[in-house]
Design a protein around this ligand. Structure first.
Ligand code: NAD
Length: 293
């Protein structure tokens, strides 16, 4: 069993980007600038946004955190997005999800200009990705692709089973794994909550990408020997012994599944850190696109 070490690879990526930023500075070029919009005080969202901002600082990007009250109107939030769209200094921005119930998430994501949509959630970017055109690939699927590539995991002709059909992980993942070229060329089965006999399907998988958000869902008897396991799940489970009162648990029963797998991502330290690294990579890409325009 080999660990797909997202913590290490994400650090490598951040160091590579930091070197590029140092060169940019030496040439007197403008460095990439990422902004994050945070609405309200959701604990997990605050943690995610803070670590994105901290990562920006570490690698030499400029960053801006736009903190807005939970009761902000949809109209006022749209106006903030418009400001970010038109701010030439900002190369890309994200709107941290989830948003408060009174705000239509779809409307907000549609308002982000596709050229600044470094999360890759806008339909324009999603469509371009599906058509193999240059786009922003959503950070989590992009991180998984990068992990597979850096560990030279074979994907061509393999049966890849994706669990979960969310717009931000499962669905884009199924598109990327079935794309022509490496890492891709896999035969993909996209499964979800209505899938019947899921374990019969996963038992035939060479690669399993699990993104459903149910702790320890994937058990050893659902996996064949030598399978590659990617665990996207992040669930906070109460734990009195943990300093914060909870621990992070993935979708995969690591103890059981690791024994059978050829490669596996741990939780934490697998896909999670890759997501931030790829957001930074998308922001760098956005800067270079703006530069050449
Ligand atoms: P989601 O929560 O929007 O949807 C869950 C999906 O799982 C749905 O498509 C549903 O059909 C499917 N599902 C539910 N029960 C199922 C079952 N019994 N069998 C098969 N499929 C089932 O999905 P999401 O937003 O992709 O999040 C999934 C998990 O990934 C969550 O734990 C989330 O926190 C985590 N996540 C992690 C990262 C990261 O950076 N590591 C990024 C995004 C999401």
């Amino acid at each position: 069993m080999n660990i797909l070490d997202g913590k290490k690879v994400s650090n490598d990526i951040k160091n590579e980007i930091a070197e590029i930023v140092t060169e940019m500075k030496a040439k007197g070029e403008k460095v990439p600038h990422l902004a994050a919009v945070l609405v309200g005080e959701n604990g997990a969202s605050l943690t995610y946004v803070n670590s994105k901002v901290k990562s920006c600082e570490r690698i030499g990007f400029d960053s801006t955190l736009v903190k807005l009250d939970a009761d902000i109107s949809e109209e006022a939030l749209l106006a903030e997005i418009d400001t970010l769209n038109n701010n030439k200094d900002i190369d890309g921005f994200i709107v941290q999800l989830p948003l408060p119930k009174h705000i239509n998430e779809e409307k907000i994501l549609l308002a982000v200009h596709p050229d600044k949509d470094v999360d890759g959630f806008h339909p324009t970017n999603f469509g371009k990705m599906a058509l193999d055109m240059p786009s922003f690939i959503p950070a989590t699927p992009y991180g998984i692709i990068e992990l597979l590539e850096r560990y030279k995991v074979e994907t061509s002709g393999k049966h890849c089973v994706v669990i979960g059909r969310s717009h931000i992980v499962g669905k884009p993942m199924s598109i990327l794994m079935s794309r022509k070229g490496y890492p891709g060329d896999a035969t993909v089965t996209l499964t979800h909550s209505r899938t019947q006999n899921l374990s019969e399907i996963t038992k035939n998988a060479d690669i399993i990408i699990s993104a459903l958000g149910v702790p320890n869902f994937l058990k050893g008897d659902m996996v064949k020997d030598g399978a590659v396991i990617i665990d996207v799940g992040i669930t906070r489970v109460p734990d009195e012994n943990a300093p914060r009162g909870y621990k992070i648990v993935g979708d995969v029963d690591f103890q059981e599944v690791a024994l059978k797998s050829s490669f596996i991502t741990p939780v934490p330290g697998g896909v999670g850190p890759m997501t931030i690294a790829m957001l930074l990579k998308n922001t760098l890409l956005s800067r270079s696109r703006h530069q050449s325009n």
